[in-house]
Ligand binder design. Sequence first.
Ligand code: ADP
Ligand code: MG
Length: 285
Amino acid sequence: SVPLSYYCGIGRASKDGILVKGSTFIEALSGIDKAVFDKTGTLTKGEFSVNRIEPEGMSETELLDLAACAEAFSDHPISKSIIGRLGHDIDPSRISDSSAIPGKGVEAMVDGRVVTVGNVRMMKECGIDLESEEDRSETNVYVAVDGKYAGRLVISDGLKDDAEDAVSSLKDMGVRTYMLTGDTEPVGKAVAERLRLDGYKAEMLPRDKTSELERIMSSSEGKTCFVGDGINDSPALARADVGIAMGCIGSDSAVEAADVVILDDSPSKVASSIRISKRTQTIVA
Ligand code: ADP
Ligand code: MG
C-alpha cells in the first residue's frame, strides 16, 4: 500500500484537506470538464437508516440478527447500518466463510446456515426472482437463508449536506456532472433529479462503472475525474484521468488507486481542488 506521505501537500490544497499525489495531477485537475460521482458514501451520507424489517417465516429479531451476522465482516455502508441497528456485539464464532460480492451483497455461513444478503441480482444468484418487487425509491436489502427467501430490510440514505453545492459549483465552472450507482433505477433517478445532474446510470456493477466512465471520458476533449468513497470503486478511480477518493482513510486499495484524496467526506471539495489547480496553473504559466 502507498503511505499517505507519498502525496505531496500542494500549498492551499493540503490546508483544505485535499492531498494531491504529485504535481502532474494539478495540471490534470485544471483541465477537468467532466466529473463522475459514485452515489453511496460519496453524494449520499452512506449512513442508511433501517426503516422497516419485513421477515417471511421468522421474527424481525431473527431476520435482523442473521443479516447483521452475514454483514459482520464487511465495511460497506449498508453493512454498517444493519450492524448498527442490531445494537449489540456479534459473536464471531457463529460466522464462517464470509464473502462480499461487489455491487451485489454478501454471503456467509451463520450458525451452520447459508445467509445471503443483498439486492435483486444477489437473490437471483440463489435462484430467487424478485424483479417485480423493485419499484420504490427506498433501497431493499433482501435476505435468503439456505437459498430460501427470508424477508427484507428497507433502508434509506440521505444526501450529504454539501452535495447540492458540490454539483452546482462544478456546473458554474462549466464542468458536466454524472453519477454512476449500483443502486436501483428509482433510487438513482431520485438523487439525479434532486441534484440536477447532467446524467446518471443505475444498477451498475463495478466493472460497468469503468466502461461507462470510459464512454463519458471520450465524450469531450477535456479531462474527467471519478469521485468515489473507495468501496468497490478502485477500478474507476484508477481509470479516470484524475481519481478522487474521499472518506477512505483505512481503505488502502482506494488510497493506492486515487490521484487525489479528500480527507473529510465533502464532495464540494472536488470543485475547490479544481479551482486551486487552475490558480496554481496560472501562477506557474
Ligand atoms: P454505489 O454504486 O451506490 O456506491 P455499491 O456498488 O457499493 O453502491 O452497491 C450496489 C448495490 O449492491 C447496493 O445498493 C446494494 O443493493 C447492494 N450491496 C452491495 N454491498 C452490499 C452489502 N454489503 N449488503 C447488502 N447489499 C449490498
Ligand atoms: Mg460506493
